[in-house]
Design a protein around this ligand. Structure first.
Ligand code: PHE
Ligand code: NA
Length: 453
């Protein structure tokens, strides 16, 4: 199969990989996680996790995709015939994520439209759950919520359309538009945020280091967890994207650009989010920690409130903020779906177009569950299950199998070194053989204890 698709340019690949990494996790997961785990001091475990797990695994996954030139299952199979299942597990996790990640983008589309006249009013929480999601009691099936269903269908048409067009004309082109646009929109938002009254109080709360947190093992686990999620590693994604790299590609350098690019975006978003939280807290006469929220609550309850309170151009900043969620979300969603499009097409020797229609079409159907009244309960459950078990377990198994069972690290190291400027040293091997397995293993034990006892 030497006619495998290829990226048109190096920048195209970097933008696509960065587009996958930069997502909802940067905007609503990082700021809150950092704040809750030591504030300014969180940067220490975060940077260590980036350098001992994030970048080393990214380099490893880029190398695997480049060397074996396959979707994740095919890559694992070529590496060792007994490890194909790891690739399928990753693909399955990606499939499940795509069914609800798409729904959150659909909400963001609705909210960009609501921004035009601040439709959410002053009770933003009541609006989200009552008016917009029309939430039903758990277990009750009340049919579809049209306000979610319609943007969700649009998300699927756009994303599957992009994937249908292929690696270069679809994925690469979409990211060439989305990512620069996202950078511009986000910069405008952050500049507005840091110049608001109260921004300083917010940043002060965010960055005030609690060095005591460094002796708390949970803080380290949180840092590694954030790195895995935010860099889209152990999800089959980066292997798949790297399988479309041309023979001559500087893998190591690309991994550093993508990793540091994603973390810079993350830091920028922490600065933006805490500036506006400071603005809101000062405005309401409360302490900043009283208004901190994460996830859905941050984006769809707290942000609309902040947008209401801005001194001017409220509607414009509303549109820009939700548009940035849509752009960041779409580029990540494309990468998640590509894992099973590539997996199906390699396995069953079918064309990309067919794999998009069958695989993507099936995911779209499943996602409709989350567009029903009461669908929110399923969404929370799916997200919890995937984050806790899918990703943590997968990351652990991936490094242990590769470093200790099939023992491929030195092969991969010479493969990467042959084509990259920067040479991988022993930090790379030590990170993957020892540091990452120990931290993730510990994480797994904590998780199992919390869930089984
Ligand atoms: N890395 C993305 C983010 O930060 C999330 C993501 C997870 C994307 C899994 C794809 C797959 O939001
Ligand atoms: Na990210």
């Amino acid at each position: 199969m030497e006619n495998r698709s290829q990226w048109g340019t190096r920048a195209g690949f970097i933008l696509a990989a960065a587009g996958s990494a930069i997502g909802l996790g940067n905007i609503w997961r990082f700021p809150t996680t950092a704040f809750e785990n030591g504030g300014g001091a969180f940067m220490v475990p975060y940077l260590i996790a980036l350098l001992t797990a994030g970048i080393p695994i990214l380099i490893m996954e880029f190398t695997m995709g480049h060397k074996y030139r396959g979707s994740a299952p095919l890559t694992y199979k070529k590496m060792n015939k007994n490890t194909e299942w790891i690739g399928w597990w990753a693909v399955l996790v990606a499939f499940v994520i795509s069914t609800y990640y798409s729904v959150i983008i659909a909400w963001a589309i609705s909210y960009s439209i609501f921004s035009f006249n601040l439709n959410w009013g002053s009770d933003t929480e009541g609006f989200l759950f009552g008016n917009y999601l029309e939430t039903a009691a758990p277990g009750e099936f009340g049919g579809f919520v049209p306000g979610v269903l319609i943007p969700l269908i649009i998300v699927w048409i756009v994303v599957l359309g992009i994937l249908y067009r292929g690696v270069k004309k679809g994925i690469e082109m979409a990211n060439r538009i989305f990512i620069p646009l996202l950078a511009i929109v986000f910069l405008i938002i952050v500049i507005r945020a840091v110049t608001l009254p109260g921004a300083f109080e917010g940043l002060n709360t965010f960055f005030t280091p609690d060095f005591g947190a460094l002796s708390d093992p949970d803080v380290w686990v949180a840092a590694y967890g954030q790195i895995f999620f935010t860099m889209s590693i152990a999800f089959a994604i980066m292997i798949t994207y790297a399988s479309y790299l041309p023979k001559k590609s500087d893998i190591t350098n690309n991994a550093f650009i993508v990793g540091f690019g994603n973390s810079s975006f993350e830091l920028l978003s922490g600065i933006g989010v805490f500036s506006v939280l400071g603005f809101m807290a000062v405005n309401q006469g409360v302490a900043v920690d009283e208004v901190v929220a994460g996830g859905v609550g941050l984006a769809f309850v707290v942000f609309p409130q902040i947008i209401n309170q801005l001194p001017a151009l409220n509607e414009l900043f509303g549109v820009l903020f939700f548009a940035s969620l849509v752009l960041a979300g779409l580029s990540s969603l494309i990468s998640i779906i590509e894992t099973y499009v590539a997996g199906l097409s390699d396995k069953f020797k079918i064309s990309r177009e067919k794999a998009v229609l069958f695989g993507g079409g099936f995911a779209a159907l499943v996602s409709l569950v989350f567009a029903t009244r009461g669908g929110l309960n399923f969404l929370d459950a799916a997200d919890y299950f995937i984050n806790q078990f899918g990703v943590a377990a997968l990351g652990l198994i991936e490094v242990i199998v590769i470093a200790w069972f099939v023992r491929k690290l030195s092969d991969f190291k010479s493969h990467a070194n042959e084509i990259s400027d920067m040479r991988l040293g022993s930090w790379w091997t030590a990170s993957l053989m020892v540091i990452t397995p120990v931290v993730l293993g510990y994480n797994m034990i904590i998780l199992l204890r919390q869930n089984l006892m």
